[in-house]
Design a protein around this ligand. Structure first.
Ligand SMILES: NC(=O)c1ccc[n+]([C@@H]2O[C@H](COP(=O)([O-])OP(=O)(O)OC[C@H]3O[C@@H](n4cnc5c(N)ncnc54)[C@H](OP(=O)(O)O)[C@@H]3O)[C@@H](O)[C@H]2O)c1
Length: 161
């Protein structure tokens, strides 16, 4: 199974100036729980935004540069290659962004694990539209804001119809 993991606002916004848009510790835990132990594929900008390899996961970073190296990650030149390597490691693989990578993998994945944050944000990066003819929501779990999580949000799972 190949799964996209993404957190987005009500207008599909996912990032601004190479940063996330909110602080939601419950979402970070959810992300860690879902992806730990499995390969994760990300774009070079998302990797730089995180700033270090995510622990307990093979980090596969997609870049067209051939002069860029970082310790502790696997750098590949295409999404196809990233998926090929990831599948050699594990059946369950996760695509974790950002916008450019989501755009190119929406058609390739089996499942979407979405955190829908119930607010609007200023953003420069967005998730593609989720086509209701292609995707159906199969699960949803909502949480209200609290002292540590500043917005209401829902964890949603979509699968291909
Ligand atoms: N809310 C969320 O769940 C979430 C998750 C992840 C990221 N984000 C946010 O998204 C933003 C970053 O997204 P982004 O769209 O700017 O960048 P990105 O998708 O993370 O990375 C884009 C880079 O990936 C490489 N790339 C893309 N397509 C490629 C291909 N087909 N072959 C080879 N390399 C390819 C290129 O790297 P080179 O330039 O090195 O060639 C490109 O510049 C940030 O704001 C981040 O915080 C949000």
């Amino acid at each position: 199974m190949t799964t996209i993991v993404v957190a987005m606002g009500e207008k599909n916004e996912i990032g601004f100036e190479n940063q996330l848009l909110w602080g939601l510790p419950k979402d970070l835990k959810h992300f860690k729980d879902i992806t730990s132990g499995h390969p994760v594929i990300m774009g070079r900008k998302t990797y730089e935004s995180i700033g270090k390899p995510l622990p307990n996961r093979t980090n596969i970073v997609v870049s067209r540069r051939n002069d860029w190296f970082e310790e502790g990650i696997l750098i590949v030149g295409s999404i196809k290659e990233a998926i090929k390597f990831a599948k050699k490691i594990d059946e369950e693989i996760f695509i974790i962004g950002g916008g450019k990578i989501y755009e190119q993998t929406m058609d390739l994945v089996d499942r979407l694990e979405i955190t829908r944050v119930k607010a609007d944000f200023t953003a420069d990066t967005f998730f593609p539209e989720i086509d209701a003819n292609v995707w159906k929501k199969v699960n949803e779990e909502c949480h209200e804001k609290d002292e540590k999580n500043q917005y209401d949000f829902c964890f949603q799972t979509y699968e291909k119809i």
